[in-house]
Design a protein around this ligand. Sequence first.
Ligand code: UDX
Ligand code: ADP
Length: 464
Amino acid sequence: MSKIKNICCIGAGYVGGPTMAVVAAKCPDIKVTIVDLNAQRIAAWNDENLDNLPVYEPGLDKIVAQARGRNLFFSTDVDKAIEEAEMIFISVNTPTKTYGLGKGKAADLKYIELCARQIAKVAKTDKIVVEKSTLPVRTAEAIKNILDNTGNGVKFQILSNPEFLAEGTAIEDLLNPDRVLIGGGTDTEGQEAIQALAEVYANWIPQERILTTNVWSSELSKLTANAFLAQRVSSINAMSELCEKTGADVNEVAKAIGMDSRIGPKFLKASVGFGGSCFQKDILNLVYIAKSYGLHEVADYWEQVIIMNDHQKRRFASSIVRTLYNTVSGKKIAFLGWAFKKDTNDTRESAAIYVADDLLFEQAGIAVFDPKVEKGQIYADVNYLGTRSEAQNEKGITVFADPYEACKDAHAIAVLTEWDEFKEYNWQHIFDNMKKPAFVFDGRNVLDGEKLREIGFVFQAIGK
Ligand code: UDX
Ligand code: ADP
């Protein structure tokens, strides 16, 4: 197979956008076109002002500036991009199903299927189709069936190339990944397709970090990696509750166990609960797959990771209510942070949404400040839960562009995201302008508790 010269990516979201921008920046000889049905999103990717890119990631603006207009293009013309490309990445959303069979657990593959049908309809030359979105095991088979049965008689090779980037560090993860995983067919054509994609990555990634497997191993490895990572967070969060009861400090426990080289220090930060578009979705999907094969013990084992995470979010909200003398009705609670982690504007499954929902049930007034999340997104997140009317949510939540304003006259502050800037605030000033006693609930263990107590705050942190 000759070298790839033209790549298209369907889906210009948090994964497709940054991933393909890096491919374009690192492979100036390959034309990369990222397409999306969402015209507003494409317009934002094409915005001259790089502050308006639809995805916030440190370093992304420089990468886009380097390649856009040279060999990186953003477009809504999906058919044209498919037709021209030799290799097509599918990077559309695969949310948890909200209806029918597998509701609340299985991944909804309708967007994937629509893409496959569109590729089949448009393609007039052989294509390599690459699954970038996280998918249930054996999805490649379904894609292949659609392509082969509805196509124009051209040949398709399906590869699985799951993306392991974490939001907030996407560019660093893409430039310098621990590994790149490519799964493909074991026959000659499958191996050639794997090789073609491996050559693209070889432009900047050392050969020994490019791992090739069969398609099913690759699909399942992605679900497994996310399940293991989420499990670590739930494990340390389970310990955080025990720490609070026993006088142990979860940071000290995490450090002590993390120095064991078999355990390692990463992913041991106790928190108000993990969020993000992947962990919950992928575990629910894993649980669904295990159950569908009759593996009930396997399913129950992984489901417990989600149960623990839900408990952690709920426990944080109820601890605020209990500490504020069992009522937050009519009280102002300031939220510092809304994104599911720092350095991103993504809020999908953010713990903040669920904590806010619980506190709204308790009739609290919530004042939100997040350095990167837009106001409309915050209302959209709580409205999506459908637990009360949009008017009630608007009444209950106020969004501020200034953290000091958000905290002014508040009875309590809750830290929901670990943004670095929170540590640097003038906490004396914040204290002076709050109702007394002034409470701080640190859901991320980022603030200096000793200093805050000296100022006069009543300070509580996860796992202490
Ligand atoms: C995750 C995987 O890390 C990545 O490999 C995969 O491609 C997509 O899913 P992401 O969801 O972007 O990435 O972020 P991640 O850093 O994994 O954090 C997920 C959630 O866990 C966040 O809410 C984060 O705050 C939380 N977390 C993480 C903790 O609470 N404690 C930790 O120690 C680590
Ligand atoms: P992720 O985090 O996986 O990147 P996002 O939801 O951020 O998920 O992005 C997925 C993108 O895929 C969205 O911008 C959506 O508009 C786009 N998309 C979904 N289906 C199609 C399709 N059939 N053709 C083109 N774009 C699509």
